[in-house]
Design a protein around this ligand. Structure first.
Ligand SMILES: Nc1ncnc2c1ncn2[C@@H]1O[C@H](COP(=O)(O)OP(=O)(O)OP(=O)(O)O)[C@@H](O)[C@H]1O
Ligand SMILES: [Mg+2]
Length: 304
C-alpha cells in the first residue's frame, strides 16, 4: 500500500481560487518527499487536504489507504503534522503539552510520560521541559511541535515549512533533527520547504508544484534527465592545447559541456596527448536549485 496517494486532486476555495489543479502522485513507505514550489503554489493546501482540514473539490487522496475527508481519525492515528506556526498551550509546560496530546491519542498515562520524556530529550528540550511555553523561543516551540507530531509514533509525518521564522542556527537544529529521524526511523516524510539545499540533502524524491499544477516529480537524477541534457565538465590545467572545445573561466580553469560522463576519459587523454597538464577534472551535475529555477516561472523567464 502506498503511504500517500493523490488522484487527480483539485481544490478550489470558496471565492473561486483554484489552489490545486489535478495533481496525481504517490509516495512509497519510507520515502522522504520534498514538495517544492514558490509562494502560493498550493503546497499548504495539499497538506491540508491530506489531513482532512479541507475537502477536495475533485479527485481523491489517501493516507495509508484512508480517505482524510471521510475518515480523518484514521489518518490522524497514523500521521503527524508540523505547520509553520506551532500552536500549543502557553500556560502549560513542554512536558504537560506533550502528555496532553499523547492522551488525546489514547496513550496510557505512563506510556505518554515515557514517550514525552524521550522526545524532549531527542529534541534537546530537556532543560526547558518544566517551564511554561509562554517563556519559550520560537525555535524551541518548533522543536516541541516536532515532538508533538511524533508523540503517537506516526508512520507519516507532514512537515509544512518546519523552519519558517527560525534563525539560521535554530533552523539548522530542526533540520538536523528531521534528517536524523528520517534516516533512523523509516518514517515517511512529506516535506514542504523553500530550502532547496537542505531538501537535496535529505529527500529521496521531489515534486515541483506551481500555480496548483505538478510540474515534475521524481528523484534528483530523474529531474536532471528531464531538465538538463548536458553536464558541465570543469578542468584545471596548466595550459589547454587549442582545438579542445573548452572556454576559459579562470586563470587555470576551463569548462565545456558534455552529454555523459563516459566522454571524460577520452577528453582527458586528448588533452594530455596534446601536452596539456591536468590538475583537476570535475563533472558538475545540476543541483536541485538549478533544476527548480529551470522548471518554475522565475527561472523560465530568466532563461528567455
Ligand atoms: N483559505 C483560503 N481561501 C482562499 N484562497 C486561499 C486560501 N488559502 C490559500 N489560498 C490561496 O491558494 C493558493 C495556494 O496557497 P497555499 O497556501 O496552498 O500555497 P503554498 O504553496 O503553501 O505557499 P507558501 O510557499 O507561501 O506557503 C494561493 O493563491 C493562496 O492565496
Ligand atoms: Mg504554505
Amino acid at each position: 500500500m502506498n503511504a500517500v496517494e493523490l488522484h487527480n486532486l483539485s481544490k478550489t476555495y470558496p471565492g473561486g481560487k483554484q489552489a490545486v489543479r489535478d495533481v496525481s502522485l504517490s509516495l512509497e513507505p519510507g520515502e522522504v518527499f520534498g514538495f517544492l514550489g514558490p509562494n502560493g503554489a498550493g503546497k499548504t493546501t495539499t497538506v491540508k487536504l491530506l489531513n482532512g482540514m479541507l475537502t477536495p473539490t475533485e479527485g481523491t487522496c489517501r493516507v495509508l489507504g484512508a480517505d482524510p475527508a471521510r475518515e480523518p481519525e484514521k489518518v490522524h492515528a497514523v500521521s503527524g503534522v508540523v505547520t509553520e506556526h506551532a500552536r500549543m498551550y502557553d500556560n502549560l509546560t513542554g512536558m504537560q503539552n506533550l502528555i496532553f496530546y499523547a492522551e488525546l491519542f489514547g496513550l496510557p498515562a505512563d506510556e505518554a510520560a515515557g514517550r514525552a520524556e524521550a522526545l524532549l530529550r531527542e529534541m534537546e528540550l530537556e532543560e526547558a521541559k518544566d517551564r511554561k511555553l509562554a517563556a519559550w523561543s520560537t525555535g524551541m516551540r518548533q522543536r516541541l511541535s516536532l515532538a508533538r507530531a511524533l508523540i503517537h509514533g506516526p508512520k507519516i509525518l507532514f512537515l509544512d515549512e518546519p523552519t519558517s521564522g527560525l534563525d539560521p542556527e535554530s533552523a539548522q537544529n530542526v533540520n538536523r533533527m528531521i534528517r536524523e529521524m528520517a534516516r533512523n526511523s523509516g518514517i515517511t516524510v512529506f516535506l514542504c520547504t523553500h530550502q532547496l539545499r537542505y531538501a537535496q540533502e535529505i529527500c529521496t524524491r521531489y515534486g515541483l508544484i506551481e500555480e496548483g499544477q505538478l510540474l515534475a516529480s521524481g528523484t534528483l537524477d530523474e529531474l536532471r534527465a528531464e531538465t538538463f541534457s548536458r553536464i558541465t565538465l570543469q578542468i584545471r590545467a596548466g595550459s589547454m592545447p587549442p582545438g579542445m572545445g573548452f572556454r576559459r573561466t579562470g586563470a587555470l580553469e576551463y569548462e565545456t559541456s558534455i552529454r555523459s560522463e563516459e566522454e571524460i576519459p577520452e577528453i582527458v587523454r586528448r588533452i594530455a596527448a596534446a601536452g596539456g597538464d591536468i590538475y583537476k577534472v570535475e563533472a558538475k551535475q545540476p543541483d536541485l536549485e538549478e533544476i527548480y529555477f529551470a522548471l518554475t516561472a522565475p527561472g523560465r523567464e530568466r532563461l528567455q
